[in-house]
Design a protein around this ligand. Sequence first.
Ligand code: HEM
Length: 426
Amino acid sequence: MTDFLGTPATAPGPLGPRMLRHTTMIRRDPLAFLTLMRDTYGDVVQFPIPRPPTYLVASAEATHQVLVGRPGCYDKETIQYRSLALVTGDGLLVAPDRRWRDQRPVVQPAFHHAFLPVVGRIVADEVGALVDRWRLAGPGAVVDVESAMMEVTLRVVGRSLFGDPLTGSTAKLAEATLDALSVVIQRSRVPVAFPRSWPTPANRRLGRALRELDEAVARLAAQGGPGDGLLLDLLLAQPGWSDEQIRNQVVTFLVAGHETAASALMWALWLIAGDEAEGDALADDPGRARWVADETLRLYPPAWVISRSATGPDDIAGHAVPAGALVITSPYLVQRDSRYWSDPEVFAPDRFAARLSRRQREAFIPFGAGLRQCIGRDFARWEMAEVVAGLGAAFRFSRVGPPPRPLASVTLRPADGLLLRIDPRR
Ligand code: HEM
């Protein structure tokens, strides 16, 4: 196989000129691009990028090897996480394993199972308020599902982790986070970004958003911990932690726990709106909400790629992967792969009624896998099920307008927001 500027090719993949022809597709529809690469070249694809050598891994087995396989073989020092670190600093989500190890035990107690019913009550409360608001809109109203889900999930994360619904002055926290993220995602898309110190419009926007973030976190911390053993209490009680370390974790949890859940919920409601029988079944049996949530996460995983850097040489499905390589895995690809799922493009919540086979469990990774799996997994699944059950019992949803175009950005979300028609069920 060919060399890419001195880096040997160890797996099939598009050569330079062909890759250039894909540039528009990579920018406009990265999901279609990843699918095309897998379909054309197989389960391990190498891109014509020399530094670092870059691979896509597409089978569930190989993905499992990277995320779970041998801990210590792969780490998080990738462009995806370095870009995110501009916003979150060295928080739990982006920290390399060696610094992550000390952080996770500090925050883990806030995610103990005993807290889930508390989260459930907060979600039920927020959903109740939303149902009341939407009822006032009257039968047949078209509602802005995007803004409603962004608000509910922000309030849930805020109340559950910080004892503050993050409205009023702290609302800026969410706005500034989203603003900073949008700049950061643009930076990670271009091969060479201007240094942070250059006063480009994007850098100035990022600088402004980060200043607002810092001020909002400082305000939150100054209010003190809510005193119920919530995340903020744990962070503030940590001996020797600097203001910056606390700030980094607060921002991390906002980044990780807000837009992810909101995006997934938008897709869940859109899917129900397109399946009247499922909508009716859900209204009769709220227990189905868990399956709807999981099936939504299968079809539209908010974390559509998960990247790792190889800390040493590895062999993936017979292909040598050198130390320092960037390895991209994709929940979106494996979760829509017909080798693991029958009719993978079809929305069928009943797949989750029975226990998944071992192979399917490996091919269902919306929250990642292995040591760095999402700390908020049970929180998010509980939250999603509660929102879907509550709204599904109160309203019949129907689609209006064309199907939303999935935008694969920080999360996988509808590109132009989401409007749905609602009719009260009773
Ligand atoms: C549907 C919603 C969510 C999805 C799809 C999701 C997805 C993920 C994924 C895929 C990872 C692993 C990333 C990797 O291995 O590189 C992750 C990590 C993480 N998530 Fe979530 N997440 C969700 C909700 C939440 C919530 C609600 C919280 C907090 C309240 C949260 C906090 C975190 C944190 C802190 C990490 C880093 C964990 C660590 O490295 O120890 N996530 N999430």
